[in-house]
Design a protein around this ligand. Structure first.
Ligand SMILES: NC(=O)c1ccc[n+]([C@@H]2O[C@H](COP(=O)([O-])OP(=O)(O)OC[C@H]3O[C@@H](n4cnc5c(N)ncnc54)[C@H](O)[C@@H]3O)[C@@H](O)[C@H]2O)c1
Length: 417
């Protein structure tokens, strides 16, 4: 490693310097100047020779060249919850992975876990960048040879989107356009896009299939639908292989306990039910606030389809493997089974062993009563089925990680190596 810190004071030496058996000092100092020039030239030449012999000289980064033996996947938002789990799975399956993230919501700690697991050259690199910065994104694409992109990066809280809609249209819709333009400009052939069941809004008929009309009712769902529309319009005149995955509610964490879900504390109030449940179990918050008990559902609380993150990333890998040039595949990724918030809370109490206090409150704006998927298309076409369907077990796995990582991954903004 080069050390540019403190340099030792250099002593002027009057002794002749010998290099390769040649003396460059003239005792009469007549040719001193010429000698110095020759010495400098010789040293420069020596440096060049040494650099050329070093394995990294002239060899472009492994990430910069296409290798027919390995698929290089750009994982945007790979420092976040789902993106980090996807990166782990891709690395386990011998893909080459580049994570791009601005750490606005993700954790450098998750990237460090992955780097420690896969330290070999050419396996994983992390690039700190904001996808809203088209110039930087374009530079990343010009310096790296991506074969595919999994575009996870997004702000992703329904409640927050109702309070700050422009942030959502910018971060989701506009940034997807930036990614797509860079992919097109640099000939990247495959896109796996993270969409959401929020694009369907509140359909009258359950379960939701891929042909259920999309009528989102909050800015988050609308921004994702707009991003989907951009991708679909682009696809009409492109040979890109595209898969759009519409996830339902994601829970759980790596069964081997290496990664977990660690949202920013300031996002807790917008947070997802599993995060709130764990916070309540740890006493960080006094209890759970269930918003809405008068929905037209069996027990009055909202019904959702909870998909384990391990199953979700499996769907991504299957989508990547089956993506076809000039084709768009759209798939719901859910279990096909709706669970009420009350059921969820009971499972959470059992998984954590804590009798969590529950307050039942008014409805929250932007929430829909009942949402669950029909996953038969993805079962049939991608040969994918949810396997981690025991709510309590998924929560238990996530709780194990939460208990061992009380501060999540630690400070998210420390950028040391
Ligand atoms: N979690 C769910 O239940 C769920 C459900 C449906 C869809 N999704 C979608 O899945 C994707 C991942 O969600 P998640 O739960 O992992 O969220 P997350 O907040 O944990 O991860 C998102 C990541 O994207 C990064 N990011 C955000 N804006 C960025 C930008 N401008 N430039 C670079 N990086 C940026 C964040 O720093 C973070 O690491 C999102 O697209 C989300 O809409 C999530």
């Amino acid at each position: 490693m080069l050390n540019f810190g403190r340099a030792r004071p250099q002593q002027r030496s009057s002794r002749p310097m010998s290099l390769g058996g040649m003396d460059y000092a003239d005792p009469k100092r007549k040719n001193g100047f010429v000698g110095k020039i020759l010495l400098a030239a010789a040293l420069t030449a020596l440096c060049i020779i040494m650099l050329k012999q070093s394995p990294s000289f002239n060899t472009p980064s492994l990430f910069a060249v296409h290798d027919p033996r390995v698929t290089h996947v750009l994982v945007t938002g790979g420092a976040g919850y789902i993106g980090s789990h996807a990166a782990l799975r891709l690395l386990k399956d011998s893909y080459r992975v580049t994570i791009v993230d601005n750490l606005s919501r993700g954790n450098l700690g998750a990237v460090k876990v992955l780097q420690a697991l896969f330290p070999e050259p050419g396996r994983l690199q992390f690039i700190y960048a904001d996808l809203g910065d088209a110039k930087s994104v374009n530079k990343i694409f010009s310096e790296n040879a991506f074969d595919a992109v999994m575009h996870f990066a997004a702000v992703a809280y329904v409640g927050e989107s109702t309070l700050d809609p422009l942030k959502y249209y910018h971060n989701i819709t506009s940034n997807t356009l930036v990614v797509l333009e860079s992919m097109a400009a640099h000939g990247v052939k495959t896109l796996i896009y993270s969409s959401t069941c929020a694009t369907y809004g509140e359909p009258e008929k359950m379960p939701i299939t891929e042909v259920t009309p999309q009528a989102p009712i909050n800015p988050y769902g609308k921004a994702k639908k707009m991003a989907e529309d951009i991708i679909l319009d682009f696809a009409k005149n492109s040979d890109m292989a595209i898969m759009i995955l519409r996830y339902f509610n994601v829970i759980g964490s790596d069964p081997d306990g290496r990664l977990g879900e660690a949202p920013r504390p300031e996002l807790r109030e917008h947070g997802r039910i599993s995060g709130a449940c764990f916070d309540a179990a740890r006493g960080i918050i006094p209890g759970l606030k269930v918003k809405g008990t008068d929905y037209s559902t069996p027990d009055g609380t909202c019904v959702r389809d909870y998909i384990d993150v391990t199953d979700l990333v499996d769907a991504h890998v299957k989508a990547l493997e089956k993506a076809m040039p000039s084709k768009v595949g759209i798939y719901n990724v859910g279990t096909g089974k709706g669970r009420s918030v009350k059921e969820f809370v009971e499972a959470c109490k059992k998984a954590t062993g804590v009798n969590i206090k529950v307050d039942y409150l008014e409805r929250r704006p932007g929430d829909y009563a009942e949402v669950y998927s029909d996953p038969s298309k993805i079962n049939r076409e991608l040969n994918w089925t949810a396997k981690y369907t025991n709510l309590q077990e998924s929560l238990k796995t996530a709780w194990r990680w939460q208990k061992l990582h009380r501060d999540g991954y630690g400070s998210p903004l420390v950028m040391s190596s």
